[in-house]
Design a binder for this molecule. Structure first.
Ligand SMILES: C[S@@+](CC[C@H](N)C(=O)[O-])C[C@H]1O[C@@H](n2cnc3c(N)ncnc32)[C@H](O)[C@@H]1O
Length: 288
């Protein structure tokens, strides 16, 4: 897995789809487009605005804005990592769209922009990779003009269906051990992926100085049949380039033989079966 996940742009292009069938991949791409459109609609962008896509990755939000507003907005593609900005530069160069876009390499918790500059600051699935959300919110608030807005989409991974909820002690030896390990690492306060929920986002946004904060949570339930390959990849594909895989997380608790046996039993229990999983996502809108 390492060679297909050396940086964020590879993760965005390959790793995140690695356990999906072609059909699931297409469904996910369509879902991403709908998320993009919701964030852009929520932002109520107008001509002449200065807008930034922070943690732009391969530019999901930025290119959505460009498609709709062309050169009538000043658009900043910003990311902490240069490989993502290089990817966006390539896409922009190959499109013939007139634009007023630029690139900014910046950590969202230390934005290289003057204060009171932007009309809109946008993120999609970025906070979920930032351990301390409050300093990032303070920076987003700082770079917005008074009256400017921050709009975002974030998955609330801490509330997703857990593996142990798909399994039973009948088909998994040491079920209780693995359940407790998963419960513990899925609520680790130092893990950016799971150390927040809608309430903590709301609290941090107010503490950062935002007003009229709206964090609206949507539950999504999906049912699908999982293949053997897909179940195996759940354990080997990292949720981000710098994050441990599920297998590595379990290895923090048990020896390799025990973890491999668990994975084998999960594969046996779930392969070619229909699973129902629920996830919660948040749309955020906050005004300076
Ligand atoms: C899951 S990707 C989302 C990319 C893009 N926003 C999208 O919707 O497809 C997370 C992005 O956040 C960026 N990122 C991670 N930590 C960051 C930080 N501290 N500051 C800015 N960007 C960051 C990564 O480089 C990556 O591009």
């Amino acid at each position: 897995m390492e060679e297909i996940c050396k940086n964020w742009s590879t993760w965005l292009k390959k790793t995140r789809f690695s356990y999906m069938s072609e059909e699931q991949k297409n469904q996910t791409l369509n879902w991403l487009i709908s998320v993009r459109d919701i964030v852009i609609l929520t932002a109520e962008i107008q001509k002449g605005y200065k807008v930034a896509d922070f943690g732009c990755g391969s530019g999901l939000l930025g290119f959505g804005i460009l498609e709709k507003f062309k050169d009538s907005v000043e658009l900043i593609f910003s990311d902490k990592f240069s490989d993502c900005l290089d990817e966006c530069k390539k896409i922009l160069e190959s499109s013939n769209t007139p634009h007023n876009a630029r690139f900014l390499q910046s950590d969202v918790a230390d934005i290289k922009l003057e204060s009171n500059y932007l009309d809109r600051a946008l993120t999609r699935s970025v906070l979920v990779h930032v351990k301390d959300k409050l300093p990032a919110f303070k920076e987003l608030q700082r770079v917005l003009k008074p009256g400017g807005q921050y709009c975002a989409f974030e998955p609330i991974i801490s509330e997703n269906t857990r593996y142990y909820e798909l399994l039973t002690p009948d088909n998994i030896s040491d079920y209780e051990d693995f359940k407790h390990a998963e419960m513990e690492f899925m609520s680790n306060p130092d893990d950016p992926l799971v150390n927040f929920n809608a309430e903590s986002l709301d609290k941090d946004l107010y503490e950062a100085g935002f007003a009229d904060v709206l964090v609206s949570v949507n539950p999504v339930v999906s049912k699908y049949v999982v293949s053997k390959d897909a179940v195996e990849t759940w354990f080997s594909a990292p949720p981000a380039p710098d994050q441990k895989t599920m297998k590595q997380r379990f290895l923090d608790y048990f020896d390799e033989q025990k973890v491999d046996n668990f994975i084998k039993e999960v594969v046996l229990a779930l392969s070619d079966k229909e699973v129902q999983v629920s996830a919660r996502t948040a749309i955020i809108k906050a005004k300076k």
